[in-house]
Write a protein that binds this ligand. Structure first.
Ligand code: 3PG
Length: 410
């Protein structure tokens, strides 16, 4: 895949660069709880600032229906400012992140809104940043109307897509603007595409995939695409429950995706798919729980009991595969890791994957829960590629060409 990239642009000084990032991060009481997506795009932002471009940042937050003050970009801009202050510590010219303050967009047409922003942009000095409000406050962003995209494109001389995490969305600020402006991949986008392509096209064997989580509709295409390429696929989470149910076992109140039972069963017949040999079954609050072996007698009759984690024998079994991997991809929790005692499986996998990565294996992780659990064990820095994408990473690993990337191809 040959892409037009940021590094290929000559003479960025004074250019208005519209940068679509994905700063869709958790915020509580006006404070960003987790800022890894901001840090991930920092290389692109500082690159542009150092080249004296005028940086116009665009992102979404959540899925607002119209204007929602709770989903304002303000806390994100404040956090970005703090990060830049640290980055440029002692530098009297630390770039200030100016948020475009005209929030009263409720009574403004987007064309008028963009017109006002344009006036601000024209006053910007080289090497400054402006950040637009949550782009999803405009319904037209999602619909990707030509008018909207054209107006947004009017703010810049060129467009850079850096938010890999949103590259699977065919929307105005992702694909629409690329119709109207010379468009390039940012440094983060380039890095993620490179890393994931390496895994898809040239994985060193043994290639071990660890797949958990719940949303079966997003996992099945990944299983389908990666199964022929990998040596082993270790499964956990909702995939296991659905598999056991499809096999005819009673699984109590466990999370099962009925629509995908047949497909899960079909793929799990492959010898490459390594299934748990024991699971942790208990009540949701974790007050009552125990380890149950998966054999012909496996049965959970009580609907209040559910499978919440992989068991200790399974962790040991999975460790033998992870410890011999040369390529490792992990997406999705093994169970309800947010709650003790059901965190053991997921956190063990996190430690195993991180210990094997950077050196012995090329290790890639992605997805909100996966990143969160890696953070919990404090080993994120030990992973070769930490993808910022959840849905985007899964679609990429499914073999799809993401619309945001397609428009950047030469
Ligand atoms: C994400 O968090 O996965 C991205 O920001 C995309 O968000 P979306 O699923 O609301 O489009």
């Amino acid at each position: 895949m040959s892409l037009k990239t940021l590094r290929q642009i000559r003479n960025l000084a004074g250019k208005r660069v519209l940068v679509r990032v994905d700063f869709n991060v958790p915020v509580k009481k006006g404070k960003v709880l987790e800022d890894s997506r901001l840090l991930a795009s920092l290389s692109t932002i500082t690159y542009l600032l150092e080249k004296k471009a005028k940086v116009i940042l665009v992102t979404h937050r959540g899925r607002p229906e119209g204007i929602d003050k709770n989903l304002s970009i303000k806390p994100v801009a404040q956090r970005l400012q703090e990060i830049l202050n640290l980055k440029f510590l002692g530098n009297t010219n630390t770039p200030q992140v100016e948020i475009f303050k005209q929030f009263s967009i409720s009574n403004l047409e987007f064309s008028k809104y963009f017109e006002k922003i344009n006036q601000t942009i024209h006053k910007m000095k080289n090497g400054q940043i402006i950040m637009l409000e949550n782009i999803r406050f405009f319904a037209d962003e999602k619909k990707d109307t030509n008018d909207f995209s054209k107006n947004l494109a009017g703010l810049g001389d060129m467009f850079v897509l850096d938010g890999f995490a949103v590259a699977h969305r065919d929307s105005g600020s992702v694909t629409g603007v690329a119709t109207y402006l010379p468009s390039y991949a940012g440094l983060l986008l380039e890095k993620e595409i490179k890393g994931l392509t390496k895994v898809l096209q040239k994985p060193k064997s043994p290639f071990v995939v660890v797949l958990g989580g719940a949303k079966m509709e997003t996992k099945i295409p990944v299983i389908k695409n990666l199964l022929p390429k990998c040596d082993y696929m270790l499964i956990g989470g909702g995939i296991v429950n659905t598999y056991l149910k499809a096999k005819g076992y009673k699984v109590g109140g466990s999370l099962v995706d009925k629509d995908f039972q047949k497909e899960v069963l079909k793929y799990c017949r492959s010898k490459k798919v390594i299934k748990p040999i024991d699971v942790v079954v208990g009540t949701f609050d974790g007050k009552k729980y125990g380890v149950v072996d998966i054999n012909s007698k496996f049965k959970i009759s009580n609907s209040k009991l559910m499978i919440f984690d992989i068991g200790p024998k399974t962790i040991k079994l999975y460790a033998t595969y992870i410890k011999q991997a040369q390529t490792l991809v992990w997406n999705g929790a093994m169970g309800l890791f947010e709650q003790k005692p059901y965190d053991v499986g997921t956190l063990s996998i996190a430690r195993l994957v991180a210990s094997r990565s950077k050196g012995q294996a090329y290790g890639v992780i992605g997805g909100g829960e996966t990143l969160q659990s890696m953070d919990m064990v404090g080993m994120t820095q030990d992973i070769d590629l930490v993808s910022t994408g959840g849905g985007a990473m899964l679609e990429f690993l499914s073999g799809k060409v993401l619309p945001g990337i397609k428009v950047l191809q030469k």
